[in-house]
Design a protein around this ligand. Sequence first.
Ligand SMILES: [Zn+2]
Length: 81
Amino acid sequence: MMIKGDFPMMRNYIDCRDIPQTDKRCTVAIFADSDDELVEAAVQHGMAVHGHSDTTEFRNAIREVLEKGILIHNIWQGGVN
Ligand SMILES: [Zn+2]
């Protein structure tokens, strides 16, 4: 029997764990119901932990990655350009 309810079935998700070339072992995973929330949290995390800047370019790059379902850390490790 199918269960229908308000609980989020399709939460967006960013995982920082699989980072091949980072100086810091990052085990953070970020969840959010909306892309906006997730991008916001990802930007904050990127600035706090990975030394990124809060730029439009960075945010756009995060959104792009979310749409493609790729791990966000590909961006954080220098794939923005
Ligand atoms: Zn991280």
